[in-house]
Design a protein. Structure first.
Lengths: 800, 292
C-alpha cells in the first residue's frame, strides 16, 4: 500500500479533513509542514482505505473485547474521572524504537535517582544534612513513614516497579510530569488495551513491527520469583479488595502472572514471618506485589484507620522476612514538591543534568522559590506541595494561577503567602497532540504517556509502550486531562520484525505446581458461598417454573398442590405472586457478590455467563405474567444457569477452590432436595405431588428408564433420595461432599477424624443403609438440618 | 525525687478472644539528666506467645505482644522505681519567635528530636483555624517562646473544665475544645494544635504524675490515671521544655516520662488489635508513690 494510490489519497483527504493541530503545538502524526510523519503513514493509509463502516465495526470489536473482559463490570465509584473509567481511544500513539530507546535510557537514569533518594531518606538522610532536601518538606511528607526509617529492604532495593507520567513539549522534547513510586496502577490495564487494539487492527497489527509487552512482565515476574527465600512459597498480589477501583486490574494481573491475589485480612504473622491464612492453616509467604498504599498495610503501626491492612505486617518486614514491592514508604518520592529538588540532586550525584527533565517546580517553603512563585504565579499551575495526585487528576486541588478565584484569600499572592510551604508552583506545560476519533472525525487531542519500569535481574526494564491518556479537551495543557478522556495503546515500532511473545512462554509454566491446601480461606469461603447461592437460585427457578406451569395448566392457586407449594415458597422466603421474586434476585446478587471477590479464580466466560444470567433476571422484571409467560422465562433462566454450571464443570481446574464451590452446591442441593421430599413425598401429600418432586429433581427421564411403573412414593424416594447414580439425589450429594472432604487438608485418618469428617461419614452411612420403605419424612427433615450443621462445621474448620 | 510506680491495666472480654496484638508504651524511660530507671518489671497475664522489645522512631522503648491462645481477660502490670531529676534545661528558653523561625529554617535534621516533626498537622491533631484564632487571642505579640507557652497553658487551664467523663481516648481535640472540657489528653492535644498554629513546634508526652502531693499542696488533676502533657521547642540552645496544661505548670519532679511523640497516636500507652464480640470492660489503676 502506498499513499500515492489515488483512492488512498482521496480517503486520506477525507480522513484528515477535520485534523488541524493548534499552532505552536507539536503533533505526533503531522509534522510542521502538515505532512504525515513516515512512522504514521502505514496506519493512516490503512484507516483511509478502510472507510467509515469498517472503522466503526473494528472499533466495536475492540470495545466488545473490553466489555467481555469485564473492564466495564466494575461498580464505578463516584469519581467519574478516576483513571480506571477511561474508555479506549481507538487510535494508538506511535513512536519509533530508536526514540523510545533514548527515552527509556533517560527514565532508567531517573529511576536510579529515585532509588537513591528513597534509600537515603530511610537511611542516613545525607540529602537532608547536605541541604539538598529541606527537612521540613520530608517531615511533612505523608508518604515518609517513620516506622520504616532504618528498615532496609531485604532485596536491597526500595523500588522495583514504578511508572513515570511523561508528556512532550512543543519542541519535541519529553518532560516528566510526575513520578509514581508507591504502587502505580495501569500496567494490567495497558495489557487489556493492547489486546483490544489488536482486535481492532487485527490485520494491520502483525505487519507493523510493534514491540510486545509480555517479555516485560515475564522478566518482572522472574525477578519477583528470585526474591523468594522459600522456593515453595507462592508470589502474591496484595489488593485493597473489590471496593477499590483498581480491583479489576489487580485480579487481572494476578491471573496473568499466575500469582495469588490476597487482601490484608488473608495475611497474618507468626514468629516474625508473614503467613497466609489458607484452608490448611497458616502458610508462609514472603514476596508481595503491593497494590495497596503503604500507609494502609498495617493499621497497628501505620494508618490506624485503614480497613485494608494486616495488623503486625511491619514485623516481618522489619525482620527481613518479607519483601514488599515496592518497599513500604516508597511513596515519599511521589510528592509534587520533590520535583523542585530532584534535578539538582541528580546533578550533585552524577555531575550532569537529567537526560529527561521534569517540569519546572518551585516549593513555596523555601524563601527564594517562594519569591519566584509570588512573582510569576499567574503563569504557573499552583497546587498542594505534598500531593501525590497527578496535576490533572480530578482529586487534585491544583489550579492555573491565572484562574485564581477570590475566596478565603483575596488574591493569588495572599493565598501563596498564607499557605507557603503547603504549595508548589509549576510551569504550565503544553502537551503534544495525537489523533483521536471524536464523533466519527479524526481530530488532534492532547496526550501524555505513562511508562512502566520494572527492576529485573539485568537491571531496569522499560515496558515498551502500552499506555497513553488522550484528553477530551482540545486545550493542550496538562490540566486539560482533568476533564477526563480516553486511554490509547502506545506502539513502539521497530525497523525489524518482532518476535511473537506470550506470557506462557516461560516462568508461569515452569513454576512448580502449587501444593494442595494453599487456597486462602477468604477465597474458599467466597467460592463455597458462590456454589450455595447459584444452587439456591437454581432451586428457586425450578420451583417457580413448576408452579407457573401448573397455573398455566389451569390448576387454581388454592388447589391442594399449589397450596402446598406456597408453603414451600414461604420456606424460601419467596412471595410467589411477585412476577420476579426478590428472593431470586437476591440469590443471584449474592452469587455475583461472592464471585466478584474471587475474580482471579474464574474464567472470564464463567463470570460473563453469571453476569448475563443476573441481567436477564432483572430484565424480565415486573413484566412477567403469571402462568405460561413466567414458566417460559424461568426455563430460559435455567438454560443460562446451565451455561455457568457447564463452564465450571468443564473448565475449572480440579483444585481446592473447585472443591469448595462444589461442596457449596452439593450441600445446598441436598438440603433443597430433602425439603422437597419431606413435602412432596409425604404420604399425606396431595395428588400430583410425586410428579412435582420428580420434575423439581429434573428426573422424569431417569424415572422412566429405571421404573416401568408410574410414580409412586417408593420409586420417588428411591430415585431422588437414595440413588447413587442420579446427580439430583440427596445420597449422590452426600457422596460428593464425602469425596471432597477426604481431600481437604487435615481431614483426618480413621481414629482421628475431624468433626466435619465424622459428621459427613455418619450422614452418608445413615442414608446408605436405608431402603425406599424405611425412609420417612422425619428423616428428610433431619437431613435438612444436618446439612446446615455440616456447613457450620466446614466454616469453622477451613473458612475462618 | 524517687518514686515507686505501679500500674495495672485490665481488660475483661465478654467472649473469649482468640488472637490479639498490642503495642505497649508503659515503662518510664531512662533519660540522662532527666530521670533514671532504677528497676522495672512488666507483667503480662496471660503471658503472650510472642514478645518483641524495641525502640520506636521517637526513641521510646516499646513492647509488642502477641496472644494466639484464647483468653477472656488480659492484664498489663508495671512495677518500676524511678529517680526523677527534673528537666535538664541547657539554657534559658527566652528566644523570640523570629529567631525561632530562623533557627528552624536552618536546621537540617530528621532525627527523633528534630522539631521539624512537630511543626505541622499530625495524625490526631489537624491544622485548624480554631487553634490559630484562640492562640492569637490569648498570646500577645512580642512574647518569648517560653512566655507564649505559659500564656497559652494558663489560658487553657482557665477556659477548660477538667472532666474525666466528658471525653474518651478517641475524642478529637477539636470536639473537646468546642465543649471546653476533657482530660489531660485533650488539654495537651489542644495546646499542641495552638502552639503549632503560632509556629512553635510542639509534641505530646505521656507519663506518670505523683499521686499524693507534698505536704500542704493540693492534689494534682489526673493523678489517679496515666497522665499526658506538652513539650515545646524553644530553639537550638534551650531545646525542648515541657508544660502540663491540665495543672498549668511547667514540668518538674512531679512528672515521670514514658513516651514522646507528635500526638496521642505516637505515644499511646496501649494500641491494640483485638477481634472481640460484645463489650469489653477496662480498668486502670495507677500509683506513683514518692520514697523520699
Amino acid at each position: 500500500m502506498t499513499l500515492d494510490n489515488p483512492e488512498t489519497a482521496d480517503g486520506l483527504a477525507a480522513l484528515l479533513a477535520a485534523y488541524r493541530p493548534a499552532p505552536g503545538t507539536r503533533d505526533e502524526m503531522l509534522d510542521e509542514t502538515g505532512a504525515i510523519r513516515p512512522l504514521w503513514q502505514s496506519l493512516m493509509g490503512r484507516l483511509a482505505e478502510a472507510g467509515d463502516d469498517e472503522i466503526s465495526t473494528s472499533f466495536l470489536r475492540g470495545d466488545q473485547y473490553l466489555r467481555d473482559a469485564g473492564v466495564y463490570f466494575r461498580d464505578l465509584d463516584t469519581d467519574a474521572a478516576g483513571e480506571r473509567d477511561w474508555a479506549l481511544s481507538h487510535v494508538p500513539v506511535l513512536i519509533e524504537e530508536a526514540e523510545w530507546n533514548d527515552l527509556a535510557a533517560g527514565l532508567i537514569e531517573r529511576a536510579d535517582l529515585l532509588e537513591h533518594v528513597v534509600a537515603d531518606l530511610y537511611g542516613d538522610a545525607t540529602l537532608i544534612a547536605d541541604g539538598h532536601l529541606p527537612a521540613a518538606l520530608i517531615a511533612n511528607n505523608p508518604g515518609w513513614l517513620r516506622p520504616l526509617v532504618g528498615v532496609k529492604p531485604r532485596s536491597g532495593h526500595y523500588l522495583n516497579f514504578i511508572a513515570f507520567e511523561i508528556g512532550r513539549g512543543p519542541n519535541g522534547e519529553w518532560w516528566v510530569l510526575s513520578d509514581r513510586t508507591e504502587a502505580p496502577a495501569g500496567a494490567g490495564f495497558a495489557l487489556e488495551k493492547r489486546v483490544a487494539t489488536n482486535r481492532i487492527y487485527s490485520e494491520h497489527f502483525p505487519k507493523e513491527n510493534v514491540l510486545r509487552l509480555a517479555g516485560f512482565f515475564r522478566a518482572f515476574r522472574e525477578s519477583l520469583s528470585e526474591m523468594r527465600t522459600d522456593r515453595d512459597s507462592r508470589l502474591a498480589v496484595l489488593t485493597p479488595g473489590p471496593s477499590a477501583p483498581t480491583y479489576f486490574e489487580d485480579a487481572y494481573i494476578a491471573r496473568y502472572l499466575g500469582m495469588l491475589l490476597l487482601r490484608g485480612e488473608d495475611l497474618t504473622t507468626e514468629n516474625g514471618r508473614l503467613m497466609v491464612r489458607t484452608v490448611a492453616g497458616l502458610r508462609p509467604i514472603d514476596v508481595l506485589w503491593r497494590r495497596v498504599s503503604s500507609g494502609s498495610t498495617d493499621p497497628l503501626e501505620l494508618n490506624e484507620a485503614s480497613i485494608f491492612g494486616t495488623p503486625g505486617l511491619l514485623g516481618p518486614v522489619r525482620e527481613g522476612n518479607a519483601s514488599l514491592i515496592n518497599a513500604l514508604g516508597s511513596g515519599v518520592a511521589e510528592a509534587r514538591a520533590m520535583l523542585a529538588f530532584l534535578p539538582r540532586i541528580s546533578e550533585a550525584l552524577t555531575g550532569k543534568p537529567l537526560a529527561i527533565p521534569n517540569i519546572a517546580t518551585w516549593w513555596c517553603g523555601q524563601p527564594d522559590q517562594h519569591e519566584t512563585v509570588m512573582a510569576h504565579g499567574e503563569s504557573m499551575v499552583i497546587g498542594p506541595a505534598q500531593s501525590t495526585h497527578l496535576p490533572f487528576d480530578s482529586k487534585d486541588m491544583a489550579i492555573n494561577g491565572a484562574d485564581f478565584a477570590p475566596g478565603t484569600h483575596a488574591t493569588l499572592r495572599d493565598w501563596i503567602a498564607a499557605e507557603g510551604p503547603r504549595l508548589v508552583g509549576q510551569e504550565a506545560v503544553r502537551l503534544s497532540t495525537t489523533p483521536a476519533f471524536v464523533d466519527g472525525a479524526l481530530v488532534p487531542r492532547p496526550m501524555n504517556m505513562r511508562v512502566f519500569l520494572a527492576r529485573t535481574g539485568e537491571g531496569w526494564q522499560v515496558m515498551p509502550g502500552g499506555f497513553a491518556r488522550v484528553s477530551q479537551s482540545e486545550t493542550p495543557t496538562a490540566m486539560s486531562m482533568r476533564t477526563g478522556g480516553r486511554v490509547a495503546d502506545v506502539w513502539v515500532i521497530s525497523d525489524t520484525p518482532v518476535q511473537e511473545d506470550t506470557m506462557l512462554a516461560s516462568a508461569a509454566v515452569r513454576e512448580r505446581r502449587p501444593r494442595a491446601g494453599t487456597l486462602p480461606s477468604l477465597a474458599s469461603e467466597n467460592l463455597y458461598w458462590l456454589g450455595r447461592y447459584v444452587e439456591r437460585a437454581e432451586g428457586l427457578i425450578r420451583l417457580l417454573r413448576a408452579y407457573h406451569t401448573r397455573l398455566a395448566e389451569g390448576l387454581g392457586r388454592h388447589s391442594p398442590l399449589l397450596d402446598l407449594m406456597a408453603s414451600h415458597f414461604e420456606d424460601f422466603g419467596v412471595d410467589e405472586t411477585e412476577p420476579m421474586p426478590t428472593a431470586l434476585l437476591n440469590a443471584l446478587d449474592s452469587a455475583m457478590a461472592s464471585a466478584s471477590q474471587v475474580r482471579d479464580r474464574f474464567s472470564l466466560d464463567g463470570w460473563v455467563s453469571l453476569e448475563e444470567l443476573t441481567a436477564s433476571a432483572r430484565r424480565f422484571g415486573d413484566d412477567l405474567r403469571p402462568g405460561d409467560d413466567s414458566a417460559r422465562a424461568m426455563g430460559s433462566l435455567l438454560r443460562q444457569l446451565a451455561a455457568f454450571s457447564g463452564l465450571v464443570r468443564e473448565n475449572m481446574y480440579r483444585f481446592t477452590g473447585w472443591r469448595f464451590l462444589s461442596m457449596g452446591r452439593a450441600i445446598e442441593r441436598a438440603a433443597d432436595m430433602s425439603t422437597a421430599l419431606a413435602l412432596y413425598a409425604d404420604p399425606s401429600a396431595p395428588f400430583g405431588a410425586l410428579e412435582l418432586a420428580v420434575e423439581l429433581g429434573d428426573s422424569s427421564m431417569s424415572h422412566r428408564r429405571r421404573f416401568s411403573v408410574a410414580t409412586n412414593r417408593e420409586t420417588v424416594v428411591d430415585l431422588l433420595g437414595l440413588d447413587a447414580m442420579n446427580p439430583r439425589s440427596v445420597f449422590y450429594q452426600l457422596d460428593e461432599v464425602l469425596d471432597h472432604v477426604r481431600f481437604l487438608p487435615g481431614s483426618g485418618e480413621p481414629g482421628h477424624m475431624t468433626p466435619l469428617n465424622r459428621e459427613i461419614v455418619t450422614l452418608h452411612t445413615r442414608l446408605k443403609t436405608q431402603t425406599p420403605k424405611t425412609v420417612d419424612t422425619a428423616l428428610f427433615n433431619d437431613l435438612r438440618g444436618a446439612m446446615n450443621h455440616l456447613s457450620t462445621l466446614l466454616s469453622s474448620a477451613h473458612l475462618k | 525525687m524517687r518514686y515507686n510506680i505501679g500500674l495495672k491495666i485490665s481488660y475483661d472480654y465478654a467472649s473469649p478472644v482468640s488472637s490479639a496484638r498490642h503495642h505497649l508504651r508503659l515503662m518510664p524511660q531512662h533519660l540522662p539528666d532527666e530521670q533514671r530507671l532504677v528497676s522495672a518489671l512488666l507483667t503480662i497475664d496471660p503471658p503472650p506467645e510472642e514478645r518483641i522489645d524495641r525502640i520506636d522512631f521517637f526513641g521510646n522503648p516499646m513492647v509488642e505482644v502477641i496472644h494466639t491462645t484464647p483468653h477472656d481477660a488480659l492484664v498489663f502490670s508495671v512495677t518500676a522505681r524511678v529517680d526523677r531529676i527534673g528537666q535538664g534545661q541547657a539554657a534559658p528558653a527566652e528566644i523570640s519567635m523570629q529567631d525561632l523561625r530562623a533557627q528552624l529554617g536552618d536546621l537540617r535534621s530528621l532525627g527523633a528530636r528534630s522539631p521539624h516533626h512537630f511543626s505541622a498537622a499530625s495524625t490526631r491533631i489537624a491544622r485548624l483555624p480554631m487553634w490559630r484564632e484562640y492562640a492569637r487571642e490569648v498570646v500577645t505579640g512580642g512574647l518569648s517562646v517560653r512566655a507564649c507557652v505559659e500564656a497559652l497553658g494558663l489560658a487553657l487551664h482557665r477556659d477548660m473544665r477538667f472532666d474525666p467523663e466528658a471525653t474518651t481516648v478517641a475524642t478529637p481535640p477539636e470536639d473537646a475544645f468546642a465543649r471546653r472540657e476533657g482530660v489531660c489528653q485533650d488539654y495537651s492535644q489542644i495546646m499542641i494544635g495552638c502552639l503549632r498554629a503560632l509556629g512553635i513546634p510542639a509534641g505530646y508526652v505521656s507519663g506518670y504524675l505523683r499521686t499524693e502531693p507534698p505536704e500542704g499542696q493540693p492534689r494534682l488533676e489526673g493523678a489517679d490515671a496515666m497522665h499526658a502533657w506538652v513539650c515545646a521547642w524553644c530553639g537550638v540552645e534551650a531545646g525542648w521544655i515541657e508544660y502540663d496544661p491540665t495543672n498549668a505548670t511547667f514540668v518538674g519532679t512531679d512528672h515521670v516520662v514514658i513516651a514522646r511523640g507528635r500526638d496521642y497516636a505516637d505515644a499511646s500507652p496501649v494500641i491494640g488489635s483485638v477481634r472481640v464480640s460484645g463489650e469489653t470492660r477496662t480498668a486502670q489503676a495507677v500509683d506513683v508513690i514518692p520514697l523520699d
